[in-house]
Design a binder for this molecule. Structure first.
Ligand code: EPU
Length: 430
């Protein structure tokens, strides 16, 4: 079992360059299903999720080669339409093969990925959107089965600007007959990145980055080479890390504009923020001031930065109100933050955080990717040793996390400790 051991307290200082965005790369890989031939993606992060997505595509019939940050996908003319539960349950983004498979093959059978520790994560908007385009969709034995001779254009109003539903409907619509309008569409930079790749492939898309996407279906798409945008969530993790630890971190590889709200909150908390064309610098020379934060779909503060926002508030001077508006289970990790001495009370989707000058190191468990990174940062604000277990979660989203932390001067190490048999492992603390 691997653990990350943090010897706190410590500050982060130095420069880092972020890799390509996980949540773009995984969908760009799914988009490669839309055109037979050789798609080349660069600036792809070397993380477990990319390996799993590569395996999903292989099982659908693609040839996938990964070397460094480059992924080459050779998509055959005839694809399989079946994505199994054993892979889909490991990677929610694999549901994004549904739209491309359906529009190309007229049939897709994809395992329902279920919920996870950050919330219920429904599929109703994916399903309703594709159904409105003419798909017959049924659920059977844990699978979503979608069939349509040819999807047709229509207008779809999303109840919520869901990233995954926008992407699935978008990828189905690019090869549908006629014009599809997605209203209340997600505006995340990762959605814009997919629109850019699809447009280069020959798709006709208007409104990328706005709430209304208009897609004029075409008969054929061609494979392209595409560079993934930088990961704004990793960049934001470093920004909060600098502010929490009284640090000074310069981040390259992401436009500062992707993080406008986050950087503005850090400024309110007392940080000095300088913006460059491909990054930013965050300096904090005092204890952060308490600041209220609210997560929202883009351009709001990203829900994936909620653990970092809670971490900042936990060491800030004063009381912060943190509100989560995207996932119903995002507060799950707060029990672990409490083990580090953070003073947090939740009520529904609100958390009241009374800042403490310093946290206190303890063993804690990463419950998801972002919570894991947030707990490591909190460990930097704690006296003594913090050991974070279940680091496989962190590996899913942060390549070389420990090496990057060390390059910023953090006394952090990754250790493999014997996984002792625990006779009570199957029991949850009731
Ligand atoms: N929702 C529904 N029905 C649907 C679709 C979504 O109720 O049909 C709900 C979800 O349950 C959730 C909310 O809508 O409460 C937002 O979900 P969304 O579809 O926007 O999220 P997602 O596509 O499942 C992606 C990222 C997440 C990121 C969210 C929000 C990927 C692979 N995942 O998830 O990233 O938090 O958008 O920005 O792109 C992460 O990287 O750690 C991560 C969780």
């Amino acid at each position: 079992m691997d653990v990350i051991r943090v010897n706190g307290p410590a500050r982060l200082a130095g420069e880092v360059t972020v890799v390509g965005a996980k949540n773009s790369a995984l969908k760009l890989m799914a988009a490669a299903l839309l055109a037979s031939g050789r798609t080349e993606l660069t600036n792809v992060p070397q993380i477990t999720d990319v390996m799993i997505m590569a395996e999903v595509l292989r099982r659908l019939g693609c040839d996938v080669e990964i070397s460094g940050d480059r992924v080459v996908i050779d998509t055959p003319v005839e694809l399989s339409g079946h994505a199994d539960y054993d892979l889909v349950r490991r990677l929610r983004a694999s549901i994004n093969v549904l739209g491309p498979l359906l529009t190309r093959r007229g049939y897709a059978k994809v395992a329902h990925p279920g919920g996870d520790v950050i919330g219920t994560r429904g599929l109703d908007m994916h399903v309703a959107g594709l159904a409105r385009m003419g798909a017959r969709i049924t659920g059977e034995h844990g699978y979503v089965i979608a069939e349509a001779e040819r999807l047709h254009g229509t207008t779809i109003w999303l109840d919520f600007p869901s990233v995954g539903a926008t992407e699935n409907i978008l990828m189905a619509a690019v090869r549908a007959k006629g014009t599809t309008v997605i209203d209340n569409a997600a505006r995340e930079p990762e959605v814009v990145d997919i629109c850019a790749m699809l447009t280069a492939m020959g798709a006709k898309i208007e409104g990328a980055g706005t709430s209304t996407l208009t897609i004029h279906g075409v008969d054929e798409l061609r494979p392209v080479s595409h560079r993934t945008i930088g990961d704004r969530i990793i960049a934001g993790t470093w920004a909060f890390g600098a502010a929490m630890t009284g640090g000074d971190v310069t981040v390259h590889g992401v436009p500062a504009g992707y993080l406008d709200v986050a950087l503005d909150k850090l400024t309110t908390a007392g940080a000095q923020v300088d913006r460059f064309s491909d990054g930013f610098r965050v300096r904090m020379s005092q204890r952060p001031r308490a600041v209220d934060m609210v997560t929202l779909p883009y351009p709001g503060l990203a829900t994936d930065l909620l653990p970092m926002a809670i971490g900042l508030a936990s060491v800030a001077d004063g009381v912060s109100l943190i509100t989560e508006n995207v996932f119903d289970g995002r507060f799950m990790f707060i029990n672990e933050m409490s083990r580090l001495g953070a003073d947090i009370r939740t009520d529904g989707h609100h958390a009241v955080v009374r800042g403490r000058e310093r946290l206190s190191g303890a063993p804690v468990r990463a419950t998801d990717i972002r919570a894991g990174a947030g707990l490591v940062l909190a460990g930097l604000c704690a006296d003594g040793v913090t050991e974070v277990t279940d680091v496989a979660h962190i590996d899913r989203g942060y390549p070389d996390f420990v090496a990057q932390l060390r390059s910023l001067g953090a006394p952090v190490e990754r250790l493999t400790v014997p996984d002792e048999p625990d006779p009570f492992a199957r029991l949850s603390p009731g």
